[in-house]
Ligand binder design. Sequence first.
Ligand code: HEM
Ligand code: HEM
Length: 206
Amino acid sequence: MEQLIYERRKVFDPLLRFTHLWLGVLIVLQIFTALIVDYIDKGVPRDTLWYIHVWIGYGIGVGLVARIILGIMGSSTAKFSDLWHPALWLNVIKTKQWVDPHRWGHSALASFVYLVFYVLLSVMVLTGLSLAAIKLNMGPFDSLLGGNKALKDLFHEPHELLYNFFWGFILVHFGALIWHEVKDKSPLAQAMVSGYLYRLISKNDK
Ligand code: HEM
Ligand code: HEM
């Protein structure tokens, strides 16, 4: 029988974990509303679905602002500085070796993708709020852009294109979590629920 001994530390604080849960659930719902809308005929049900999409979008906007505040003044592992590892990323490009040293915080390699994720999510929220004003006369940009149909494509094209990044991200994120659990023999996926990271320190065969 194999006996594994771990060191464990609490690394992710409750606010960071809650923002992760909030954004994760709302983005999955958002993708779902965008997917099913094509199967619904024009009229009240379709309009209602777009209102739901916009209200979920407001929730995503609030979650994003909360995450940015945590990134600037949150705990040490929530700060954006914990996600910033340019020397390591350059090393991966130069050596073509995917070295991801164990650290008590975010994965240094995955952090690059997380930063891209937040930049693109900001674009989604800004283009989404603009579309809400142009097409539905809703939201904070209504007084600025309300009903200005000429600008519709300017915001619709990037919004629809970037949508692909988000479902792609989810597939890669799940794949990477499973891969790490198998490779490192450590429970990683639970870290954004419990806050604990584990590092394998010894292995005995009994
Ligand atoms: C990651 C988050 C988001 C995803 C994946 C997403 C996805 C999409 C997609 C794929 C469309 C085009 C659907 C189509 O034309 O068939 C769309 C349209 C739209 N989205 Fe989003 N969206 C997101 C966030 C937001 C946010 C934050 C808002 C606003 C607060 C928003 C508001 C809108 C509006 C108003 C439209 C146009 C509706 C229409 O054509 O009448 N979206 N979204
Ligand atoms: C069962 C579902 C999920 C689990 C178990 C999970 C687990 C985790 C874990 C353990 C991390 C930290 C990993 C590391 O440091 O590399 C993480 C980070 C992250 N995950 Fe997830 N995740 C889930 C779903 C999602 C979804 C649906 C999204 C977005 C659509 C998402 C977006 C993110 C982002 C943006 C980060 C960076 C965290 C930060 O803001 O600091 N996750 N996730």
